[in-house]
Ligand binder design. Structure first.
Ligand code: URA
Length: 426
């Protein structure tokens, strides 16, 4: 029916999700459903039902009711996007509990779980009880879709990652929102990315996706706000799992790249304004900045790592993180300005270096990735380094560097600097 462009009935959607969650649907059938949906789309009604069925495909987190207002955030994916590692601790340090279920890398984008697992010992597979116990004790926990939480999304997500079926508005909306509804938080802030490094390449589509997700959240009785953020270039300088954790630690210590700080503060400020009474977004942002400069957010991150079994020495001494055996400088091809990046290609380049998965079962190289030395608007001289690539083998290094090189554009005149906070959808 979907292949022919028909709307599916509620019974058909619920049947499909049941078959997926109970492992009766084959990978081929699930992938066919995803491709048909990507090509044919869904009505709002179908998308509501798909989200609800996926959220209820496993156990819903039943958290203790008397613990106050819980806040959650989710990004629709980006390159170099390490904001969860910063936003979660800020918000928890300011007194709003954060119970977050994150994902792995998807397509050309990185995933918070993969990043957290680059900290030796860090457990993302807490049970629902351990999850809420950790939130109660430390104010924050970030876990994967383990146990039996939205298992239908877990299966669809892994197959979409390797079948080029990620960039579908109904599939993204249902994937993100099913996890958010299943995880049991009261307030949801969505970071909907837009630009060459996002699944939504233009603001119009990003707004459409944001409106869909905000409607699904509010329909389910959870106050939901989306911030549209620009992804015309990677966020920060680091792309790759342990390199991104190191950069997040710099920001948590009050340093680090300005763009990472700006987006993190905007998201955290919004979570605080939803989670606390009589706090505006501007006041929330001020609180967030203070949590960073005072070191409280960094302390909260350490508490979370410790509570989830991570080796705290990596956080205190980021030089503990390993570097890959092979590294290579990418040199500027022209004089002038770095005027643009095909950021999706940069995500693919990081994957080729070893930071992402080629198949569902690929093992990630935590130390592989790219460190940018120049961003859009910077002046460049032909032959000077614009980035350093890291990989575990020479072959991976060469493939990744070639892909990265092909993503860069130059100009003689100063380019327009892309906006970071594009819009807010309530
Ligand atoms: N993040 C998700 O959790 N799901 C998607 O489909 C895209 C981004």
């Amino acid at each position: 029916a979907k292949k022919r462009g028909n709307a599916l009935s509620e019974a058909q959607i619920r049947f499909f999700v049941r078959e997926v969650a109970s492992d009766r649907a084959s990978d081929a059938q699930i992938a066919a459903f995803c491709m048909a949906t990507l090509l044919r789309g869904m009505t709002d009604e179908e998308c509501f039902i798909l989200t609800d069925a996926m959220a209820k495909s496993g156990e819903l987190c039943r958290r203790p009711s008397a613990e106050g207002v819980f806040a959650d955030k989710h990004s629709t994916g980006g390159v170099g996007d390490k904001t969860t590692l910063i936003v979660g601790p800020i918000v928890a340090a300011c007194g709003v509990p954060v119970a977050k279920m994150s994902g792995r890398g998807l397509g050309f984008t990185g995933g918070t779980l993969d990043k957290l697992e680059s900290i030796s010992g860090f457990r993302i597979d807490l049970s629902a009880e351990e999850f809420f116990e950790t939130v109660k004790k430390t104010g924050i926990s970030v876990i994967g879709q383990t146990g039996n939480l939205a298992p239908a999304d877990k299966l669809l997500y892994a197959l979409r990652d390797v079948t080029a079926t990620v960039d579908s508005i109904p599939l993204i909306a249902a994937s993100v929102m099913s996890k958010k509804l299943a995880a049991g938080s009261d307030k949801i802030v969505l970071d909907v990315t837009t630009g060459s490094g996002a699944f939504m390449k233009n603001t119009r589509d990003a707004k459409k996706l944001a409106k869909h997700m905000v409607a699904i959240g509010n329909h389910a009785g959870k106050e939901t706000v989306a911030i549209l953020t620009g992804m015309e270039e990677p966020l920060g300088f680091a792309i790759g799992n342990n390199m991104e954790v190191k950069e997040a630690i710099e920001v948590l210590k009050g340093d680090g790249p300005e763009d990472v700080k700006e987006v993190s503060v905007a998201l955290a400020g919004m979570m605080l304004s939803l989670g606390l009474e009589n706090v505006s977004h501007s006041q929330g942002k001020r609180m967030a900045k203070k949590a960073l400069s005072s070191g409280q957010a960094f302390e909260k991150f350490k508490e979370m790592v410790q509570a989830q079994g991570g080796d705290i020495r990596y956080v205190e001494h980021p030089e503990f993180f390993e570097r890959d055996a092979f590294e290579g400088e990418v040199l500027a091809a022209e004089d002038g300005f770095l005027s643009g990046m095909d950021t999706e290609k940069i995500g693919v380049a990081a994957g080729l270096l070893g930071a992402g998965r080629e198949t569902k079962d690929s093992v990630i190289d935590m130390s592989a990735g790219i460190y940018l030395k120049k961003k859009i608007g910077d002046t460049v001289k032909k032959g000077e380094p614009i980035a350093i690539c890291y990989a575990g083998t020479k072959e991976k290094l060469n493939r990744g560097m070639a892909m990265f090189e092909s993503s860069i554009r130059y100009s003689k005149e100063a380019p327009r600097i892309p906006k970071l906070i594009v819009d807010i959808i309530r």
